[in-house]
Design a protein around this ligand. Structure first.
Ligand SMILES: *[C@@H]1O[C@H](CO)[C@@H](O)[C@H](O)[C@H]1NC(C)=O
Ligand SMILES: *[C@@H]1O[C@H](CO)[C@@H](O)[C@H](O)[C@H]1NC(C)=O
Ligand SMILES: *[C@@H]1O[C@H](CO)[C@@H](O)[C@H](O)[C@H]1NC(C)=O
Ligand SMILES: *[C@@H]1O[C@H](CO)[C@@H](O)[C@H](O)[C@H]1NC(C)=O
Ligand SMILES: *[C@@H]1O[C@H](CO)[C@@H](O)[C@H](O)[C@H]1NC(C)=O
Ligand SMILES: *[C@@H]1O[C@H](CO)[C@@H](O)[C@H](O)[C@H]1NC(C)=O
Ligand SMILES: *[C@@H]1O[C@H](CO)[C@@H](O)[C@H](O)[C@H]1NC(C)=O
Ligand SMILES: *[C@@H]1O[C@H](CO)[C@@H](O)[C@H](O)[C@H]1NC(C)=O
Ligand SMILES: *[C@@H]1O[C@H](CO)[C@@H](O)[C@H](O)[C@H]1NC(C)=O
Ligand SMILES: *[C@@H]1O[C@H](CO)[C@@H](O)[C@H](O)[C@H]1NC(C)=O
Ligand SMILES: *[C@@H]1O[C@H](CO)[C@@H](O)[C@H](O)[C@H]1NC(C)=O
Ligand SMILES: *[C@@H]1O[C@H](CO)[C@@H](O)[C@H](O)[C@H]1NC(C)=O
Length: 332
């Protein structure tokens, strides 16, 4: 990019003729080395608000200022110029209707749009034709929209999949912040933040990574938070547990064996006895036990998504004297 000082574009500015007429007057500049600077106030502006580009250290013998869009003083980028001789402003091709130049050289921007973000260059012209230039930056921040979280795999499996969670949309000059179970997350071995913290990667997910996850976007003028997202991580089944834990029962009693196995989605159960399939229910009822019911009972837990089966065997012995069903007493 062409530096501002290299641009000899002085011609065509309307007050140039007047300038010539007064150029014989000499002014003494008390601060010839003071650096011309531009200060945006506020530094971070919100869309729809105003920003003032304050000019500092304008030399005393300045007779005109010109403001340009960008970092070069190109005639086609001229927004507005102000003559301290005619005390009048002249609009340039890049004038949007929302800029006001003050006699002291400062430029006010009203009703900012996102597109106003960028660099602005001021060129001052002195009575001896010397020019000076300085560049300032305007950052216009939008009011942040509500973000949402996208996942690159909607059916992750425990121990198998790594997941990338991305906070949408991408916004320049916004910072991204993640929370799991309402807690800030540490950048650990299994969690990684990347892409300016917009992406959270979970390596080798487990059932404990279910969440909920929230992402928050912040910029200097606003903050916004996504809805919580809960991951549906398929896992299991774990080894089934059969209840009750006892393995000795009396003949004549009723026995209900129930099987449990942690799993997502929930498991389908089936029972077998000595290799012979029984009911496909979570609970197995054996009324009026007899010694024939002694043996190995197997509970099979099947997860249709992970396609894994886990089994637990329970050996049951029916022995002792025929017990009365509890609670049933003769002689009432
Ligand atoms: C004005 O210029 C002087 C000398 O370069 C510098 O020290 C000072 O910070 C400038 N003032 C502003 C407000 O930029
Ligand atoms: C210049 O003029 C504007 C408008 O009157 C004012 O807000 C600003 O403080 C003045 N001073 C400088 C250094 O620009
Ligand atoms: C224009 O002249 C006024 C005084 O007449 C002065 O206050 C102002 O700083 C000058 N502007 C520039 C840009 O030099
Ligand atoms: C600000 O600009 C927007 C479009 O960018 C326009 O709809 C709105 O009316 C403007 N507001 C004012 C106060 O000029
Ligand atoms: C999702 O992203 C993670 C991390 O970048 C990657 O390991 C995994 O393969 C991706 N999964 C899919 C389905 O693209
Ligand atoms: C997420 O946000 C983007 C833009 O912010 C939108 O296009 C998309 O439809 C949203 N997705 C969901 C699932 O809400
Ligand atoms: C990303 O997040 C980490 C931890 O939350 C934080 O320390 C870091 O400053 C953030 N980086 C950026 C660029 O926001
Ligand atoms: C999940 O967390 C529990 C409790 O902290 C822990 O006992 C278990 O091992 C974890 N499971 C996995 C698969 O990491
Ligand atoms: C979780 O995903 C499985 C398929 O992978 C689906 O059958 C189940 O309905 C989902 N559960 C929820 C709560 O979305
Ligand atoms: C055992 O199961 C049967 C049939 O499902 C039921 O009627 C009975 O109440 C259950 N008994 C116990 C002790 O849970
Ligand atoms: C797992 O169990 C299901 C249902 O009980 C059965 O259909 C399937 O054949 C079993 N798979 C294996 C590998 O044992
Ligand atoms: C159950 O009994 C069989 C023999 O009938 C034996 O091989 C197996 O180890 C026993 N299992 C348990 C858990 O006691």
């Amino acid at each position: 990019m062409q530096p501002p000082s290299a641009c000899p574009c002085r011609g065509g500015i309307p007050w140039q003729g007047v300038l010539l007429a007064v150029s014989l007057l000499t002014f003494w500049s008390p601060h010839p080395t003071a650096q011309l600077t531009i200060e945006p106030v506020p530094f971070d502006a919100a869309e729809g608000r105003d920003v003032l580009l304050l000019v500092h250290n304008v030399s005393r013998n300045t007779v005109g200022v010109s403001w340009y869009r960008g970092q070069i003083t190109d005639r086609s980028r001229l927004i507005v110029s102000y003559s301290n001789i005619t005390h009048s402003a002249t609009q340039g091709p890049a004038f949007s209707g929302r800029e006001i130049v003050y006699p002291n050289g400062s430029l006010l921007f009203v009703n900012l749009t996102k597109e106003d973000t960028g660099f602005y260059t001021l060129q001052t012209t002195a009575d001896n034709f010397d020019t000076e230039a300085a560049t300032g930056e305007i950052r216009v921040h939008e009011k942040l929209p509500k973000p949402n979280i996208t996942i690159n795999n909607s059916q992750p499996m425990e121990g198998e999949d790594s997941l990338a969670l991305t906070c949408e949309p991408e916004i320049s000059y916004a910072t991204y912040l993640w929370k799991i179970n309402s807690q800030r997350i540490p950048d650990g071995d299994r969690l990684k933040l990347s892409n300016n913290n917009r992406t959270l990667t979970l390596f080798s997910v487990t059932r404990n990574d279910t969440g909920p996850y929230e992402c928050e976007t912040q910029n200097p003028v606003s903050a916004s938070r996504s809805d919580p997202l809960t991951l549906n991580i398929s896992y299991g089944p774990d080894a089934p547990i059969i209840n009750p834990p006892d393995s000795h029962f009396h003949p004549g009693t009723n026995l209900n064996l129930s099987c449990h196995a942690d799993s997502n989605p929930p498991v389908q159960f089936s029972w077998s006895f000595h290799g012979r399939p029984l009911e496909s229910t979570q609970e197995l009822s054996i009324p009026n036990l007899s010694t024939n019911n002694s043996g190995s009972y197997v509970c099979v837990a099947h997860n249709s998504v992970t396609n894994l089966n886990r089994t637990t065997t329970k050996n049951i012995t029916i022995s002792g004297k025929t017990g009365d069903p509890p609670g049933l007493t003769f002689g009432i």
